[in-house]
Ligand binder design. Structure first.
Ligand code: GTP
Length: 253
């Protein structure tokens, strides 16, 4: 088996770093070697010991001081430095001989996703391994009704379009919202989700229903695991999802 590379993307505070820590711990405990990469130049400390830390190349706080920038300006500038050094970062990842590489991305996902860097990273990772994927993480407390659930899938697809890597959604912080509906296979539950969206019948839910129909045409069947990175729960489900992303067994076609 070649390397499996997983990029964790999500809004600020959704739990990317905690999930990288929990999943890498789970893999190691199962005897699977893992290489962790921190691509967040602004993080204070990570809950895992990164094997490669982008802060050795660029530190957002130093950039802020050096260029007299605020936090957002420093992040944008940092992204430029990361983009300049992307080949060196990719060759570090390529030179590892671990089975898994987990990549933690910047807290402000928009500074990373809405620039060329995201696409170049995706392309570069795919050259290293065809088994390069992304996980889009959303905080469970944001998922309150069927429209939120549909939005999660739309956002995950948007991430896929930016990174050009097969992307699956994951709901984190399940410990904070244990009663989220639609656990499991969203595509199997699509009829129910669609029905519930139809009942709401607002412009927004009608639009989401139509978008979901299109997504269903193009997506493989994927599960939406609910995990708690903090408690280390749901790691088997996450792992199964990542393994499934590599096979065509979930193909809807
Ligand atoms: P940034 O990169 O700084 O945007 O954050 P992030 O997406 O990497 O999130 P991080 O892992 O730093 O977690 C943010 C906060 O959420 C921390 O206080 C974590 O302890 C907490 N957190 C992460 N995962 C969970 C979880 O599963 N449950 C609960 N209750 N809290 C969590």
């Amino acid at each position: 088996m070649g390397k499996v590379i997983v990029v964790f993307v999500g809004p600020a505070g959704s739990g990317k770093s905690t999930l990288v820590a929990a999943y890498s711990k789970w893999l190691r405990e199962g005897g699977i070697p893992v290489y962790t990469v921190n691509l967040d130049p602004a993080v204070d400390r990570t809950p895992y010991e990164p094997d490669f830390d982008v802060r050795t190349i660029v530190d957002a706080r130093e950039i802020a001081r050096k260029y007299g920038l605020g936090p957002n300006g420093a992040l944008v500038k940092s992204m430029e430095f990361i983009a300049e050094n992307l080949e060196a970062i990719l060759s570090k990842i390529a030179s590892t001989d671990t089975d898994y590489v987990l990549v933690d991305t910047p807290g402000q996902m928009e500074v990373f996703l809405f620039r060329d860097l995201a696409w170049r990273l995706g392309e570069g990772l795919k050259k290293i391994s065809e088994q390069s994927y992304a996980i889009f993480i959303l905080d469970a407390s944001v998922i309150k009704d069927p429209a939120d659930y549909a939005f999660l899938l739309v956002m995950s697809t948007a991430v896929q379009l930016r990174l050009n890597l097969e992307t699956a959604p994951v709901i984190n912080k399940a410990d904070l919202a244990p009663n989220i509906e639609f656990r499991g296979d969203i595509w199997r539950d699509y009829a129910r989700l669609s029905r519930m969206l139809k009942e709401s019948h607002t412009l927004y839910t009608d639009m989401l229903r139509d978008i979901m129909k299109v997504l269903l045409t193009y997506n493989k069947r994927v599960e939406v695991p609910r995990v708690s990175a903090l408690k280390g729960e749901g790691m088997e489900e996450l792992h199964r999802l990542i393994l499934e992303m590599g096979c065509s067994c979930g193909d809807l076609s």
